[in-house]
Write a protein that binds this ligand. Structure first.
Ligand SMILES: [Zn+2]
Ligand SMILES: [Zn+2]
Length: 131
């Protein structure tokens, strides 16, 4: 089950809804491959599906740029087989730095700086479960 949060800045009007966690459609690599848009990732998933030793982990995650604080809400996916491994990474849309995954919890200060005003802090508020 995934969770949806609303991020709000404590000093400007920035707000963003994000989805984190494990959805029903992430149960199998076949189903992930069916909604992934990126053709390179789709092909990589296909290679791992063909290998019976593959183990995988996939969920929606919050990514934050360590340099400019930009935020992306993206699919985390990691696949490991006897012969190869793959872990997704995302580049910052503003400065191209490698983004880091952040975990958030309801009403716990996220220690995230606001990507809009840069001086405010973001607070996460849980608003629904999804699957
Ligand atoms: Zn950045
Ligand atoms: Zn702000």
């Amino acid at each position: 089950m995934g969770e949806a949060y609303k991020l709000d800045c404590d000093s400007c009007v920035f707000t963003k809804n994000i989805f984190v966690g494990f959805g029903f459609s992430y149960m199998s690599l076949e189903s992930i491959a069916s909604f992934v848009q990126d053709t390179v990732l789709k092909r990589r998933i296909g290679e791992f599906i063909g290998n019976p030793s593959t183990r995988n982990d996939a969920y929606d995650a919050l990514y934050v740029c360590p340099v400019c604080q930009a935020i992306r809400n993206e699919l985390f996916i990691e696949m490991i087989s006897d012969s190869s491994q793959y872990k997704i990474s995302y580049a910052c849309p503003r400065c191209a730095s490698v983004m880091e995954q952040e975990h958030i919890e309801n009403n716990v200060p996220a220690h995230l700086s606001c990507p809009a005003c840069e001086k405010g802090k973001l607070k996460a508020t849980f608003y629904m479960d999804w699957d």
